[in-house]
Ligand binder design. Structure first.
Ligand code: CA
Ligand code: CA
Length: 536
């Protein structure tokens, strides 16, 4: 048991990637984060750049697949971590069954987020649940459950890469959250493949193609429609793990390839390999590719793209491994703008010793702006972070011209969290354990709340409340308002590295080992009658 500060000091003495797990890798059961926190939270908010625009036109995104579904990371292509669902419980008790609709076991380490579409729930994990008795050993898997009962329907299985931890870290499973459209789901496997699979698997009695050469092809296995091997076909060198969650716009599916540095962390083996790609969702053929970060890639590229209409123009927004955010014309890959999220005086050093950071969070498109922060592999420990509101109607290098507001220095720390924007308020969190409520137009803080635990996931706003899971296995619920009001802290007994998500009246929370479907329900009679320890 170590806390973040201890880990930070420990890994400063070694090569962190030699000794430490990767971002998606649990150091189970940390203590409280070490204090690097500022006592001057309200003192140095930097609101810079252009005057705030008075626009009230929100960026439009394609409608959700089915009313109430949440078919991709963030629920919609803009990636805003909010939901329109109502009547969502904010307390539950797994022991008594209070507000627990069902639970389903996962592997032993789960970092991918559940997505819910057309009666099914999909989530990535590792193979330590051994749900397919004949499939043993370390694998990356996608589990498909029935939305109404939690029954396991099928499992897609991906062997580990023979090159080992430099490309495919042991026991991490699949971290990519699928994107579901119609009868197809898209995700990135631990083998750095962009997969298009049949939502019905082989249960429909058909092996959908053109891909029909599945290694695992029993009734409960995954049925792949096409497979784009980004190592073999594009030359990508995923650093430690390929993790990107695809987004779909029109006929194209967009994803990062996770191309990164080698095991020694000093060289980029394939700087010319694409970092960002657009792929025809029907055929799996690459339509365009970009390698912008190239040799400037700091470490890996573990983030995910967003898609939306900004200032009347469709944009696909990619976070680069060089700490820049890039936006492209979706159909052509033409650069629209780029923004450096690291102040120019920051420096990159191995093992988290520097001040220059990576982008692990996902950009959120809202009100013609992009909201995005920087952070690092959590094993690099805490440090200063930066959060920006970017005017995405500008063009070219907009690092100066597009900066609407910035939160950083002592007031925001390294973060992997994607923001949630609702009713003029922006909620975000950082690895140091703080949940922040800011004015979305100015970046001015209304409040911050200390969970005293490392935050890997993102805040999620639903039904007037903000939910946030943490490494201690707690899900804190506060009122989504300018006034700080804590409503509940729910115990889930194992680290929550994912983000709560609501769909069709149900809240889904995955901790490392278990998926909980939470909906209004009295405590179960059967559970209540179970003898307690004290009653034995
Ligand atoms: Ca099929
Ligand atoms: Ca197939």
């Amino acid at each position: 048991m170590t806390n973040i500060g201890d880990r930070l000091r420990r890994y400063h003495d070694t090569d962190p990637c030699e000794s430490a797990p990767r971002p998606w890798i649990a150091i189970h059961g940390s203590g409280k984060p070490a204090a690097i926190r500022s006592a001057t939270w309200f003192s140095a908010i930097i609101a810079v750049g252009t005057a705030l625009m008075a626009t009230t036109v929100l960026a439009q995104s394609p409608a959700r697949a089915q009313s109430g579904d949440s078919p991709m990371w963030g629920g919609s292509p803009d990636r805003n971590m909010v939901s329109d669902e109502t009547n969502i419980p904010y307390t539950w008790d797994a022991k008594t069954g209070q507000n627990i609709k069902w639970t389903a076991p996962l592997g032993s380490q789960t970092y991918g987020n559940p997505v819910i579409a057309n009666g099914r729930v999909f989530v990535g994990s590792n193979n330590n649940g051994h749900f397919r008795p004949n499939i043993t050993g370390d694998k990356g898997i996608i589990l498909c459950f029935a939305e109404d009962t939690g029954k396991l329907l099928w499992q897609a299985t991906h062997d580990k890469l023979p090159t080992g931890r430099v490309n495919d870290w042991p026991e991490q499973g699949i971290c990519s959250s699928p994107s579901v459209e119609g009868n197809r789901l898209y995700y990135v496997s631990n083998r750095c493949e962009l997969i298009c699979a049949d939502v019905e698997g082989f249960l429909d009695g058909e092996n959908d193609g053109p891909f029909t050469d599945e290694k695992y092809h029993d009734q409960m296995d995954g049925d792949f429609v096409w497979v784009l091997d980004m190592i073999e076909e594009l030359g990508s060198f995923p650093h430690n793990l390929a993790t990107s969650s695809p987004v779909i716009g029109g006929d194209l599916v967009f994803v990062l390839t996770s191309n990164g540095v080698d095991e020694g962390h000093l060289n980029m083996p394939v700087p010319g390999a694409p970092a960002f790609i657009a792929v025809n969702k029907r055929t799996g053929k690459v339509v365009w590719e970009r390698a912008d970060p190239g040799v400037n890639t700091l470490h890996g590229q573990w983030s995910s793209p967003a898609y939306g209409l900004i200032g009347g123009v469709s944009q696909v927004v990619f976070p680069g491994g060089d700490g820049w955010c890039y936006s492209f014309e979706p159909k052509t890959g033409k650069l629209l703008w780029k923004f450096d999220l690291n102040p120019k005086d920051t420096v990159w050093s191995l093992g988290g010793r520097g001040t220059r950071n990576n982008i692990i969070a996902t950009p959120v498109i809202y009100d013609d702006k992009v909201f995005l922060c920087v952070g690092q592999d959590p094993e690099h420990g805490e440090g200063p972070g930066h959060l920006y509101a970017i005017d995405a109607t500008k063009r070219g290098d907009i690092t100066e011209t597009g900066r609407i507001w910035h939160l950083g220095g002592d007031d925001f720390h390294r973060s992997m969290s994607t923001v949630a924007i609702h009713d003029g308020l922006l909620f975000t969190a950082d690895l140091s354990g703080f949940l922040y409520c800011l004015d979305v137009k100015t970046g001015k803080p209304h409040w911050k709340y200390d969970t005293y635990a490392a935050i890997w996931g993102s805040p999620y706003v639903v039904d007037g409340k903000v939910y946030l899971g943490d490494e201690e296995g707690q899900v804190t619920v506060l009122r989504a308002s300018k006034t700080l009001t804590k409503l509940a802290v729910n115990e889930l007994d194992d680290s929550v590295y994912t983000t709560p998500v609501a769909a069709n009246g149900v809240l889904y929370v995955a901790n490392r080992r278990m998926l909980y479907a939470i909906a209004p329900k009295m405590a179960s009679e059967a559970v209540e009658k179970t003898p307690t320890e004290s009653g034995k």
